[in-house]
Design a binder for this molecule. Structure first.
Ligand code: AMP
Length: 186
């Protein structure tokens, strides 16, 4: 049995930064569907060709494609000890796809990252300047916030009903935020 830990939160909330640290400290796989999709785009695979404009606009890639990509990834040897899902699920159908894996890959914990919108915009624009990420633009940010509110936020209720949610105040020092997450893994 390999437990899944979900990092849920709006773009710019710091999920990726914390996922990397937690995964390396607790020997878990770090699965970022955004990173995987960006790799598909840069190597121009079939999936990458479909995903490119959706990513740039800030829209979601269709559920069935992302679910297939994720399920394949979970077969990797490095997931045997469990994984951090960074950016998946983002919709109700994606969350339901995990329910069917419950025997092998139960969802153990869900961390909901909370950051106010002004801070998020500041962080994303800074990241865009530093990395050149093509969706870290003002137009795309607007769409990504809307998509988050409409499609992803309902997952907080979905996992609250299962008593799996830990809310993380994700404003402040990276190390303090890390400590507030890591204590749940000890
Ligand atoms: P992220 O790096 O998690 O911010 O994701 C960047 C972009 O990749 C998103 O805006 C979506 O276009 C796409 N993406 C990442 N994860 C998913 C997902 N679980 N479902 C659909 N699209 C996704």
């Amino acid at each position: 049995m390999s437990e899944l830990n979900i990092f849920l939160g709006p773009p710019g909330a710091g999920k990726g930064t914390q996922a990397l640290k937690i995964a390396s400290e607790f020997d878990l796989a770090h699965i970022s569907t955004g990173d995987m999709l960006r790799e598909h785009v840069s190597s121009a695979t079939e999936l990458g060709k479909i995903a490119k404009s959706l990513l740039d606009e800030g829209n979601l890639v269709p559920d069935e494609l992302v679910i297939e990509m994720l399920l394949e990834r979970l077969n990797n040897e490095d997931c045997k000890n469990g994984a951090i899902l960074d950016g998946f699920p983002r919709t109700l159908p994606q969350a339901k796809s995990l329910e069917s894996l419950d025997k092998e890959f139960p969802v153990a914990k869900v961390f909901v990252f909370e950051v106010n919108e002004d801070e998020l915009i500041k962080r994303i624009l800074l990241r865009g300047e530093m990395t050149g990420r093509s969706d870290d633009t003002e137009d795309s940010i607007k769409v990504r916030f809307e998509v988050y509110k409409k499609d992803t936020q309902p997952l907080v209720d979905f996992y609250n009903e299962k008593n799996l949610v830990n809310v993380i105040d994700a404003v402040g020092e990276v190390e303090d935020i890390y400590n507030s997450i890591s204590r749940h893994f000890k």
